[in-house]
Design a protein around this ligand. Structure first.
Ligand code: 5GP
Ligand code: ZN
Length: 402
């Protein structure tokens, strides 16, 4: 049975502050799984429009109340401010060569389900070239590679304090209980072609959840240095791989995936050394984006935390300029796509993992994270879907000329 879709506009009074419009539009999905789509009045913040799945009039008034309460709490608990732009380069007015829809329609891009994409040979080689570009940069700054698992234990993520801050993003990993009764019954149902049991095994047949898919790379770096005293002023490592964030209905093209690829360079050292490293890293990365022919800007930012059902902007990160994002102009609602971030964690992780500096003090850490799929998406919309026709400097920067 296909549920009927109805659109409802909820007036917001007082209007939503500009700085919260995007977070509310993306966070409102977590109010109810009946919300199929959401639009916030970007111009004035006076309404939020919801496309609802099979909602009766009675349910509608409940849902309206839930959404209004949530928006109210979010506004009350957030500091609404405008991010500051630290730097801007390139010619954003140069225009786009392809739409995100054209990118998605590329014959070399295969959808493997919602938020899951595969690249065929042509895009895979660009993807590989992009990874090698960051490999060269990582080597240039003196980072050494690590190979890390894509799964993290919940004990580990709890130790990193991730679980309470971003519960909406978690994806748990489970398996069957060790019980041949359970396992054989499942195998038998699958053998019969029973799609229902194959796709939704009963919860009581599964073991309890002790693991999750990693949401970022750097969480696994700290345990590798647990209890260590650093020999030098700064220790740099790099790693890349798939990261997973459940983004509800926000999952779109290459720019918002469930399974996306991240490249990270992670720094451990004295507070001063990490801070200087991050500034230098931003310089080098901006140079690379210029060489790729991608305009952009660096701006202060912060991660919206979800606490007791509302989005809380991290005033802490903001107050200390702990997060910068690199944004590239992109034909989406925001007009920009965040393709990389530069973060300082102060002693947050090092204190949890007993990592100390050469001088015996609790170390600081920082990371710079690149969203490889997003950078690929940015290249495709700016330079077009025909990789062979990309500007010579872009191809040269990626080593695609050979
Ligand atoms: P952060 O840890 O700063 O939130 O994310 C680091 C980088 O990962 C972002 O700058 C972005 O490029 C990439 N990223 C984060 N979320 C997504 C997503 O949902 N899809 C894709 N493709 N990339 C993402
Ligand atoms: Zn990180």
């Amino acid at each position: 049975v296909s549920a009927t879709l109805r659109s409802e506009r909820i007036a917001l009074d007082p209007p939503l502050p500009a700085a919260l419009r995007r977070d509310v539009e993306q966070g409102v999905y977590y109010c109810s799984d009946l919300i199929a789509d959401a639009r916030v009045d970007r111009a004035a913040g006076a309404w939020i429009e919801l496309d609802l799945l099979g909602v009766s009039d009675a349910e509608l008034s409940d849902l309206t109340r839930v959404v209004r309460d949530w928006v109210e709490r979010t506004v009350a608990s957030s500091l609404a401010y405008e991010d500051t732009i630290a730097r801007e380069w390139g010619r954003p007015e140069a225009g786009f060569r392809a739409t995100p829809e054209q990118v998605l329609a590329s014959a070399d891009l295969h959808s493997m389900g919602e938020g899951l994409v595969a690249y065929g040979p042509r895009l895979a080689s660009v993807f590989g070239a992009l990874r090698e570009l960051w490999d060269r940069l990582a080597a240039e700054v003196g980072a050494t590679p690590l190979v890390l698992p894509a799964v993290a234990t919940l004990e580990h993520m709890q130790r990193c304090d991730f679980l309470r801050q971003f519960p909406q993003l978690l994806s748990f990993v489970t398996h069957f209980r060790e019980d041949f009764g359970v396992i054989d019954r499942y195998a038998e149902a699958c053998r019969r072609g029973d799609t229902e049991s194959a796709c939704a095994p009963p919860a009581q047949d599964m073991s309890s959840f002790r693991r999750m898919l990693r949401p970022a790379i750097c969480y696994h770096v700290y345990p590798c240095f647990e209890g260590e005293q650093l020999a030098g002023d700064l220790r740099l490592v790099h790693a890349w791989g798939d990261c997973f964030r459940y983004e509800s209905r926000n999952t779109t093209g290459l720019d918002r995936l469930f399974d996306f690829r991240m490249y990270e360079v992670v720094a451990l050292g004295s507070a001063d050394a990490v801070h200087r490293w991050r500034s230098g890293m931003m310089e080098r990365v901006v140079e690379r984006f210029e060489a790729l022919g991608l305009p952009g800007r660096l701006k202060t930012s912060n991660d919206p935390f979800f606490v007791s059902g509302s989005v809380l902007k991290s005033t802490f990160q903001r107050a200390h300029d702990l997060k910068y994002e690199l944004e590239v102009p992109f034909p989406n609602r925001e007009g920009h796509l965040a393709v990389a971030s530069f973060n300082e964690h102060q002693d947050f992780f090092a204190s949890r993992f007993g990592i100390t500096t050469r001088d015996g003090e609790v170390a600081s850490s920082g990371c710079s994270a690149f969203g490889l799929d997003r950078i690929l998406a940015a290249l495709l919309v700016h330079h077009g879907t025909d990789v062979n026709a990309w500007p010579a400097p872009t191809r040269q920067t990626l080593g695609l000329n050979t």
